[in-house]
Write a protein that binds this ligand. Structure first.
Ligand code: ADP
Ligand code: ASP
Ligand code: MG
Length: 412
């Protein structure tokens, strides 16, 4: 008998019919003899709807504590619905909010981190033969305030519960049948991966593949939680996220391609090329709590230089205001910004043992006459910033160049 944590995402609980289907599925597992803890998201679209309401009443600037009180209601609805559906099927079940389980988090509203989980209540219910249904995405801080874990946070609830309960597996059920070489909604020739390492999955997630929330992968890696991504309503092996990095001959150089449209680029032109300038530019940005991703400083001309960096699009206006102040102080020529950019990244542990991976990437983009604006590399990834309108073309070209296209469709 195994203990399994099963997480169902928003589309999988997006309607009463779907919740009935989830209940049928959980019942089947339970009848197979396994102990089951289920984590659910809010019905698809619900979190967005709630955030929108909060924005409407505050001119777009909701108080984080109150926002958490509100958005956490989405998951409170689905846990109760699923528990009811299970009970009607003769499966003893009980639902809990994050507060009731006591998923203790820090107090960083809207992006809280899980600190500790009190598994006592869940263990008692499991012993009594119940399926325990826990609300994803939410927790409670030390003072009893409701917190949420950031978008996609139900994945993290699932993995954290699996870690706390030492579950045999954490199964993330979603609307695709596993982790693909790239988003299958963008590239029809994307292929499902049987396995991907934690390290690669972490890069994929942090570079934009939202199939798993980054923190859930961090957690799974840290506590070595066996993690699998599966389709909610289709049978199949899904994708196992694993620790081992098999050194087989067939290991692909690139495992996947990630992309995101969430960044914006800012350039300060004509700053004096003297020591300390990078700090003068980025110090105030960091003091404003704005995270910087990629950074490029050009070669100097006439003792002045241009300095470019990217931030999250939500921080674009804030960062631009800060940078304009800095530009005045430094006597820089101008500040220019661009929100129509996208970042495309190739990811793979196989890259470590292969030279020339970046140039192969640049060649593929050059063939499509896609201009590269910024580049950043690490041991297992290469990222480029390009104009947003070329994003899909770039991803498809790279998918083909790195021989990731599904064989059956290559002839098309
Ligand atoms: P859920 O609501 O179940 O949490 P998400 O929408 O958060 O589902 O995540 C699933 C989606 O992730 C898929 O529908 C797919 O479009 C997207 N996705 C992005 N990159 C990948 C990838 N490499 N493999 C699989 N799915 C991906
Ligand atoms: N409902 C939350 C969201 O939409 C959490 C989740 O679905 O994982 O982000
Ligand atoms: Mg998700």
């Amino acid at each position: 008998m195994a203990l399994i944590v099963q997480k169902f995402g928003g589309t999988s609980v997006g309607s009463i019919e779907r919740i009935q289907q989830v209940a049928d599925k959980v019942k089947k597992f339970r009848e197979g003899g396994d102990d089951i803890v289920v984590v659910v998201s809010a019905m698809s679209g619900e979190t967005n709807r709630l955030i929108e309401l909060a924005k409407q009443i505050t001119d777009g600037d909701p108080v984080p504590r109150e926002l958490d009180v509100m958005v956490s209601t989405g998951e409170q609805v689905t846990i109760a619905l699923l528990a009811m559906a299970l009970i009607r099927r003769g499966v003893p079940a009980v639902s809990y909010t994050g507060n009731q389980v006591r998923i203790l988090t820090d107090n960083a509203h809207t992006k809280a981190r899980i600190l500790q989980i009190d598994d006592q209540r869940i263990r008692t219910d499991l012993k009594a033969g119940k399926v325990v249904v826990v609300a994803g995405f939410q927790g409670v801080d030390e003072e009893g305030n409701i917190t949420t874990l950031g978008r996609g946070g139900s994945d993290t609830t699932g993995v954290a519960l699996a870690a706390a309960l030492k579950a045999d597996e954490c199964q993330i059920y979603t609307d695709v049948d596993g982790v693909y070489t790239t988003d299958p909604r963008v590239v029809a020739k994307a292929q499902r991966l049987d396995k991907i390492t934690f390290e690669e999955m972490l890069e994929m997630a942090s570079l934009g593949s939202k199939v798993l929330q980054i923190r859930s992968v961090e957690f799974a890696g840290k506590y070595n939680v066996p993690l699998r991504v599966l389709h909610s309503f289709q049978e199949g092996p899904g994708t196992l996220i694993t620790l081992d990095e098999e050194e087989s001959m067939e290991q692909p150089i690139i495992s996947g391609i990630a992309f995101n449209r969430d960044e914006a680029k800012l350039t300060i032109r004509g700053v004096p090329d003297i020591p300390g300038v990078a700090f003068k530019i980025l110090g105030p940005i960091s003091a404003a709590n704005i995270e910087v991703d990629m950074i490029v400083q050009n070669v100097a001309h006439d003792n002045t230089t241009d300095f470019t960096f990217t931030v999250h699009r939500n921080d674009y206006n804030g960062a631009k205001t800060v940078l304009e102040n800095t530009a005045r102080e430094l006597g820089a020529r101008e500040v220019i910004g661009d929100i129509n950019i996208a970042k495309v990244s190739i990811v793979g542990v196989g890259m470590r043992s292969h030279a020339g991976v970046a140039s192969r990437m640049f060649e593929a983009l050059a063939k499509e006459t896609i201009n590269i604006q910024m580049i950043s590399t690490s041991e297992i990834k290469v990222s480029v910033v390009i104009e947003e309108k070329y994003l899909e073309l770039a991803v498809r070209a790279l998918h083909t160049a790195f021989e990731l296209d599904a064989p059956a469709r290559q002839a098309e």
